[in-house]
Design a protein. Sequence first.
Length: 459
Amino acid sequence: MLMDQKVCQKIKCLNALRHVTETKKKSQMDLERQYRKNIQEAKTMQEIRENMSEDAQTLRLLENRLEKTHLKCREALHVMKVYQKLKAHLQEESVTFQKKLDLQEAEILQQQQELKQLQTMYTDAQLSRDAAKTELQQHEEVMHKERRERERILAEYKKLAEEKRTQAERAERRAMRVAAHSDELHFERPATQETGTEEKAFTTFEESFLWMKTVTGVSDVQDVVKRFVMQRETLKHLEELELENEKQIVRLREAKERLQAECGNLKYSGETKLSSEQKLLTELQTHLNNEQTQRNKTMEQLEYVNHITMTIKAGAEHIHEKLQHVKIPKGNVPAVVLSPASDEYVLDLLSLTEDKLLKLYQNLEEIDMKKILQLIEDDEFHATVEGKLPSYNMRVKLPTAQKLDMYEDDDDDDDDEDDGSSDDNGDIVTRAVLKRQSQQIVDWKTKRRTRPKRKKVKH
């Protein structure tokens, strides 16, 4: 039983191996057929390559010319975009530039006027402060003088009052003694004519004294005396004040006349000064107008110079971009890369471009110009022929496999046959061969527009 199982397993393994063998044989046969097919296609391609090498070369030249045209078109578009950006930027600035300038000028004039007003206010404030200080000092001096004068007068009044009070007391005592003595004499001796007169005078004195007491409202004799003394001193003081006031009035009149004369002089000098200041203002206004005209001219020149500078910078950058493929020694390349906004950026860019142009000029000296001119003439001739092909021209129909292989061969051998292009362009061809080659070029271009381009495969 175990042997049967092993035999079955071995049979299964054998069948599997046979199946694998059959599969590999079929794969081998397919590969051999593909190999033979590839060999046949390679032979066919080799024949076509040998027959059509000149046409392929012409096609490559046309493609190179087309690529150069595309490059020039892209460069022109780039330059146009740069110029459009510059134009838009300058237009935007030109719209708002005059308004900003007018606003700044108006603000400057306003600030100047405010400065003049503030300076005038500051000068007036200083003058007012000095005048107030002077007036305050004068008032303080006058107040001190008046206070000292009042103190002096008060002291004199006090002293005079003391003297008057002493005199009044003495007079009262004397009057009392006289009255007592008069009474004694009245009782001792008989009345005479003189005694009657004295009594009459005394009676008059008493009546006057009573009248004065009634008027003044004072009952004491000393108070009455003090009142009369004070009235006399007050009268004297009022007379002195009247004299002083008259003197003060005279001084004030003299000061008024002097101030009026000074006012007239100042008025005349002020008018003269005003006329001179108006003349100076007219001269300054003329100078300001001239400066504004000069400033406008300078701004126009500055705008023109900025436009030229931007144009030069854009042109230098454009030339530098076109010469990116040119390599120069490292010693000529600046070690520090400057910012495009710096002033020395354009100078360094021009210096670097000059070195690259010199390198190109040296390389051009080593090239055979006759050979290059011959190639250009051949290209122009083929282009002329291609544009003049008639509609009834014979079309050469090639196999599809051969066309595909020719495209592949064109991509593979593009770099290899560029070196020998100048040798083939010099050959003389017949009219029939030229027609056939031109028609094949047209067919290939039509196919290349519809078929996706294959990638290059380098072996």
